[in-house]
Design a protein around this ligand. Structure first.
Ligand code: GLN
Length: 237
């Protein structure tokens, strides 16, 4: 790739809780450490959408934040669908994960329509699902994070789970699944933020953005990630 890799942070202003911004920083840093120039574009409602998005990241937010971005997200929908169909890697956390699905029905019974890029539905349950989470990814092993959501998400046949729950609630606290994957779109409830704690997930997204295999990075950041994984495994919920 001759131009910088463009990371687009969807709805940076309204959808950014529990350190989700760290996911963007991690992607940018790990790309730079490997010698790829990077441009990070923060996208907010009404902004022009960049023509050359290589990697998209979205964070969590309160129901009110989801309401604020909803109209703009739908206007952007066909563009995002085209990028997803082309295999553009995307990481959508919690509130954005829900809105990449078909809908989110809030605790008050309001329905916020999603894009339907992921075959899943979310309804608020009787209690919030809050706490540290450990999940097992089929290729990457244990992944840790933090969840805080009222929505309970149920997957359709068009997606596969991102991981299975070892500790915590995950998608709905019932079926043992966490997150969803379709093509290179990953949705997950894991804040934490996810990527600094689990650099292997960051590298998975980066590999798909730059279309090549990556050598592992040896350094303190990855040692810190391994340590934080061990601590999360030990900590009671
Ligand atoms: N508002 C959504 C819910 O409560 C998403 C929360 C979040 O992004 N942390 O389920």
């Amino acid at each position: 790739m001759t131009r910088p890799v463009r990371v687009v942070w969807l709805y940076a202003r309204d959808m950014n809780v529990y350190g989700d911004r760290g996911n963007v920083l991690t992607l940018a840093r790990r790309l730079e450490w490997r010698g790829f120039p990077v441009t990070v574009t923060e996208y907010n409602p009404g902004d022009p959408f960049p023509a050359d998005a290589d990697l998209l990241v979205g964070g969590g937010g309160q129901d009110s934040g989801q309401d604020r971005i909803h109209a703009d997200l739908h206007a952007l929908g066909p563009r995002l669908a085209e990028l997803a169909a082309r295999g553009t890697p995307m990481l959508m956390i919690c509130g954005m994960y829900q809105l990449f699905g078909r809908f989110f029905r809030t605790g008050e019974g309001r329905v916020i329509e999603g894009l339907g890029l992921l075959d899943l539905e979310t309804r608020a349950g009787p209690r919030r699902l809050i706490g540290n989470v450990v999940v097992r990814h089929p290729d990457l092993g244990d992944v840790v994070g933090y969840e805080n959501h009222s929505g309970q998400t149920f997957l359709g046949d068009g997606v596969r789970p991102f991981a299975t729950v070892v500790r915590g609630a995950g998608n709905n606290g019932r079926d043992g699944t966490e997150g969803a994957v379709h093509r290179n779109v990953i949705g997950s409830y894991l804040h934490g933020p996810l990527l600094p704690k689990n650099p292997a997930v960051a590298d998975l997204l980066i590999e798909r953005a730059v279309h090549r295999d990556l050598e592992p990075l040896a350094g303190t950041a990855d040692r810190f990630a391994a340590l934080s994984r061990r601590v999360a495994m030990r900590r009671p919920r």
